[in-house]
Design a protein. Structure first.
Length: 318
């Protein structure tokens, strides 16, 4: 299924990989509907134990062009006051993935005191750059309009993503905190305040795969004629002093590990609060790309504890 984009098994969502291995044992040549079947298993195994204490709502919202966008909201049932909003952007190399495979992670973060908002953005190659960023802004507009209903504080927003979602989170944060950069997209950012970012197992500078010509999924997303002269792709230059604090995570066996430290150095050199955590060990290949979403493993628990602590600490700082 992934041959077109040269995506290796170690580079995909770990729960999809686990279910996929089971499916392929039964049906070795199975490819059509792979994600639908994998998502069915993930959606129907163990959810009752996870939903305790969590409010869950799924709905469609309307984009500016009239098309529909699917979102879901997980939030703590016991809310004495408004809680921070955590917007999650899923990974998948811009060409696959969905909000459904992050249900467990979303409920886990909701139990940690956040209103977790998850959504499906439009995917390449049908929908190219910057469509997912426009979809992200549509969700932010919805959050701003519906904050009171969900006891969500629009002035305490956290954006978190993994893999390609981490790149989108980092870029949207630049849009949300730099009006000149937002203008390059002809985008009006709603009245929200992005206080923190969670950048998990991502890469952050398009120049990395544009210098030698974008290939595979990156080409399908950016287009074969993508040019670094496009001001919208000059992401690092758009990061300014108002950029949110960032918790950057990776693992020793994350295939994108080498992008974490440069991003950390880039942000700290500009005086932006930042924390870098590397999980697992060279001897443990099981702790790899986006390991944190398999929420019952010790390293995932540690990572998600660290992330929640970082976010709450940032939010406690005026």
């Amino acid at each position: 299924m992934f041959d077109k984009w040269n995506i290796k098994s170690s580079e995909i969502h770990p729960e999809i990989r686990t279910v996929g291995n089971i499916i392929r044992t039964i049906m070795p040549n199975f490819t059509v509907g792979f994600f639908k079947l994998a998502n069915f298993f993930l959606d129907n195994i163990g959810l009752p134990n996870l939903t305790k204490g969590i409010n869950y709502e799924e709905k469609y919202i309307t984009r500016e062009d009239g098309t529909k966008l699917r979102i879901c909201v997980y939030s703590p049932k016991e809310k004495k006051e408004n809680v921070p909003g955590l917007l999650w952007i899923h990974g998948g190399g811009y060409v696959y993935g969905s909000k459904e495979i992050y249900r467990r992670y979303g409920m886990d973060m909701a139990r940690r005191g956040f209103a977790f908002v998850n959504f499906n953005y439009r995917l390449a190659p049908k929908w190219r750059f910057p469509t997912p960023l426009w979809d992200t802004n549509s969700v932010m507009e919805w959050i701003c309009k519906n904050a009171a209903r969900y006891h969500l504080d629009p002035k305490r927003i956290i954006i978190v993503g993994d893999s390609a979602g981490a790149q989108l989170a980092s870029q949207y944060a630049a849009i949300a905190t730099n009006p000149a950069y937002a203008a390059a997209f002809h985008m009006t950012v709603p009245e929200i305040t992005v206080r923190a970012l969670g950048l998990n197992c991502g890469m952050y500078d398009p120049a990395v795969f544009l210098k030698n010509g974008a290939t595979g999924a990156a080409r399908d997303y950016l287009g074969k004629n993508a040019d670094l002269g496009d001001p919208r792709l000059q992401i690092m230059q758009a990061i300014g002093c108002n950029y949110p604090a960032a918790h950057i995570t990776t693992a020793h066996h994350d295939f994108l590990r080498d992008h974490a430290k440069p991003m950390y150095d880039f942000l700290t050199e500009r005086g932006i609060r930042c924390k870098l955590d590397i999980y697992g060990s060279e001897d443990d290949a099981a702790i790899g790309h986006v390991f944190h979403v398999t929420i019952n493993t010790p390293e995932a628990i540690r990572c998600n504890d660290d992330a929640a602590a970082f976010f709450h600490n940032v939010l406690a700082t005026k």
